[in-house]
Design a binder for this molecule. Structure first.
Ligand code: COI
Length: 354
């Protein structure tokens, strides 16, 4: 089967079209500058068509599609890095693919297979190579998406779907320190719901939490469990880690939080450096007790877009918890950056050459 119909778009076209005021890598931010091309394929019920390159401006979104009307859409956020030797690689694409397939299964969307996923992502990177910052100064973020594309207003499993890969170059994320508000009224996800799927509904549910936290003067939201509002779930768009009594803890994958690729990478790196690590429930009260008793080492959020952000305080209706910083977030962040970019030799299997 033909996987890609037009693999030969000259990357120089993208380079030549970059505006004269194209920002320095440090000024790219995240998600502001989109690649001009999509890699896309269609599914008519019998299988995926060959992928093709399409100008993003020419892409059509059906207003009456299930993707738009009912949120029948799942996506990934994955990065491509430039190694010091100039080579380009994807970071943990197989793990991203597994999660995309799990998200697609939850929403009854057709899964993409490994060959289509890898080839389309690699092509998206190669076409937009001119937008990828130099080694150490940023990455190309890929957004593979599957959505229901059939125009029909009844709620059903669609007869037609579309797969697409969009890219955006981004700055190397800085290690910020944020204050988080633990939301105890709204919820992001509940057992049996969509919380583990990477789908727009979770982000739509999350936006009001972020805005409510900001109204209170905080930077981001921490979601608590739906039933008791006592257990930490995840932050706005990140997984959470807390170090208490020397043990590095992160909430378990109970179906209400996303199985973060960065979360998994950090669990493995931390174990390798001899830290005691556990996936277990973390109570908001436990965080407060640890802060008061001096056993709290640090807390941080992590994700593909942000890598690691320090949490310097958690506010809630029960009061403010000041979080110390014992240096672990910075150490793990640097270690992860080295593995992602390939300046460290370890976990070579996490980097797949484009
Ligand atoms: C990521 O970190 O990959 C995300 O999905 C965050 C994005 C929603 C901004």
């Amino acid at each position: 089967m033909t996987l890609i119909t037009e693999p030969n778009l000259d990357p120089e076209l993208v380079r030549a079209a970059l505006p004269a005021d194209w920002p320095a890598p440090e000024a790219l931010g995240f998600g502001q500058h989109l690649g001009p091309y999509l890699i896309t394929a269609d599914h008519d019920g019998s299988g995926w068509s060959a992928a093709r390159i399409l100008r993003r401006d020419d892409a059509r979104l059906a207003i009456a599609s299930g993707g738009l009307q009912y949120g029948l859409s799942v996506f990934e956020g994955m990065k491509a890095y430039r190694a010091p030797d100039g080579g380009i690689h994807l970071f943990r694409p197989q793990m991203h693919l597994r999660r995309l397939q799990a998200s697609a299964a939850r929403l009854h969307l057709p899964p993409v297979d490994e060959a289509l996923f890898l080839r389309s992502c690699m092509l998206a990177v190669r076409v937009h190579e001119a937008m990828l910052p130099p080694a150490g100064r940023g990455a190309l973020y890929l957004r593979p998406t599957i959505h229901a594309d059939e125009e029909a207003l009844g709620l059903k499993q669609a007869a037609r779907h579309r797969y697409s890969v969009t890219v955006t170059p981004g700055s190397d994320p800085q290690l910020k320190s944020l204050r988080m508000w633990a939301e105890d009224e709204l919820i992001r996800a509940a057992p049996g719901g969509l919380g583990a799927a990477k789908t727009g509904a979770n982000y739509a549910a999350g936006l009001s939490g972020l805005l409510r936290a900001r109204e209170r003067g905080y930077d981001d939201v921490i979601w608590l469990d739906a039933a008791t509002h006592r257990w930490l779930g995840e932050a706005g768009t990140m997984n959470l880690f807390v170090q208490i009594g020397g043990r590095l803890l992160t909430p378990p994958l109970d179906g209400t939080i996303l199985a973060g690729v960065t979360r998994d990478s950090l669990l493995q790196l931390a174990r390798k450096e001899g830290l005691e690590v556990a996936e277990q429930g973390i109570g908001l009260g436990q965080l407060r007790t640890a802060a008061t008793s001096g056993t709290l080492g640090c807390a941080f959020g992590c994700g593909t877009a942000s890598r690691i952000v320090r949490i310097q305080g958690v506010g809630s209706v029960h009061g403010e918890i000041a979080i110390p910083d014992n240096g672990l977030p910075e150490r793990l962040s640097e270690r992860l950056k080295a593995v992602q970019e390939g300046t460290a030799k370890e976990h070579a299997d996490w980097r797949v050459a484009c």
